[in-house]
Structures are given as C-alpha cells and as structure tokens.
Write a protein that binds this ligand. Structure first.
Ligand SMILES: [Zn+2]
Length: 231
C-alpha cells in the first residue's frame, strides 16, 4: 500500500494529516502538527519527543480528556523516513483563541510578502489581520516583534542582493556579448548601475525611431534610490 508523502513546500501552510503519511524528518512532522493546530484553532503539544518516536496530543488531554493523538515513528529500522502510525484528529475540547505556536517568527514568515508590499503596516493592522485570518488574538508586543523580524529578514535579503551585483554584471557581459554594463561607486560604496542589453541595443539601432522615453520609480526598502528604464 502506498502512502501520501508530505510536501513541506506545498502542504505546510494548511497540512492535511492522515494515517500513513510520510515526512522527511521529525522536524518537518512537528512543524506540520503545529501548523495543523494553528489552522484548526487547537493547542497541541508533544508529550513524547525523542529520536525514535513522537507523540502529539491536545494541550487539554488531561483537563478535558481530549483524545486527539498523533503517533509517528521511523518507517523501519533502515529507513529514517518518519511516518504517522496512528492518528485521531477528533477533539472533544473547545477551540482556543490563543496559540503559543503563533510566535513572532512564525508571523514574520507567514506575512513576509505583506510586509514587503507595505513596510508601514501598522501594529493594529497586523493584529486585526491575524484575527481575521486565524481567529487568534495576539498582543501588541508580538505584532511589533513580528514586524521587526520581517524587516530584518527583508533587509538581509536586500543586502545580499546588492552584494551579488558585481557577479550579475559579469554574467550579463559573458552571456550577452555587446551588452554595456557600467557600475559607479564612491569610496567603495555602490552608487548606481547602468545596463543596456545587446539585443535591445541592436534592435533599436536597426529599426526604431530615434526617440527614447524614460519611465522610473522610487525604490522602497532599506537603501532607497531611483530606478529608470527606457521604453
Ligand atoms: Zn482537544
């Protein structure tokens, strides 16, 4: 009998857990359980958690006699794949309004694209969005920390991208002979880059009217600046 393999890139946002499902590691399995708890407004916890097996139960398994339980272990002695060996997803307890697995790190990662689009997203806006999407209440401090972490993640991205500019310029020149790339700097600090790709240059010279119009925009993010392109 073949069992479903959990795809951590596709399935993690809203895990559908089932008997026999396979995971690449205990770490992935636990993350999937946490996300299942968040999506279903349940507080889960791991009562057994070692290198051989992992048992996930409801936080209220004692106080409410809730029988929710997922047991996972390795597929076999020579196979480190983790598999759900028994599962009962039914809760006899009520849903929760807070979940300690909704951390500021988790929020920063979940809403990173929203932070990218709107770096000025307000703390009260974040709180309301979490309430609308997940029905959870989070504190102002948690929302603020999530925003701070998301900004750090994005700024880190931006810095690493600027560091790749020189390699990018060399690659453009190598793969597009005839291309013009000029980079300017002042005291070792990047000031700007001009790129004219060879196919566009050739097409313009061979058939276009001698008219150039420019379009531009402000660059948001950590380093600001302007971006112009020829139309
Ligand atoms: Zn429960």
């Amino acid at each position: 009998m073949s069992y479903v393999e959990f795809d951590e890139f596709k399935d993690m946002a809203n895990p559908q857990l089932e008997l026999g499902m396979k995971f690449s590691s205990f770490k992935t399995f636990k993350l999937a359980c946490r996300n299942w708890g968040i999506q279903n407004r349940r507080q889960i916890r791991f009562t057994t958690n070692d290198m051989k097996r992992c048992i996930c139960k409801c936080q209220r398994f004692k106080s409410s006699n809730c029988e929710f339980r997922i047991f996972a272990s390795h597929v076999g002695k020579d196979d480190s794949t983790v598999q759900i060996k028994s599962i009962n997803l039914t809760h006899s307890c009520t849903k929760v309004n807070k979940n300690y697995h909704v951390t500021s790190d988790w929020l920063a990662e979940k809403y990173i694209e929203q932070f990218r689009v709107d770096p000025n997203w307000s703390v009260s806006g974040i709180i309301q969005r979490v309430k609308d999407d997940l029905k959870f209440e989070i504190s102002r401090m948690k929302a603020w920390r999530a925003k701070k972490k998301a900004m750090e993640m994005m700024n880190g991205d931006e810095k690493s991208q600027y560091l790749k500019l020189h390699s990018y310029a060399l690659e453009l020149l190598k793969t597009n002979p005839g291309t013009t790339v000029k980079m300017t700097q002042h005291l070792g600090v990047f000031q700007g880059i001009y790129i004219c790709l060879a196919p566009l240059k050739n097409a313009f010279n061979s058939g276009c009217r001698p008219l150039i119009s420019l379009d531009g925009c402000w660059l948001k993010g950590q380093y600001k600046g302007h971006y112009f392109n020829c139309r």
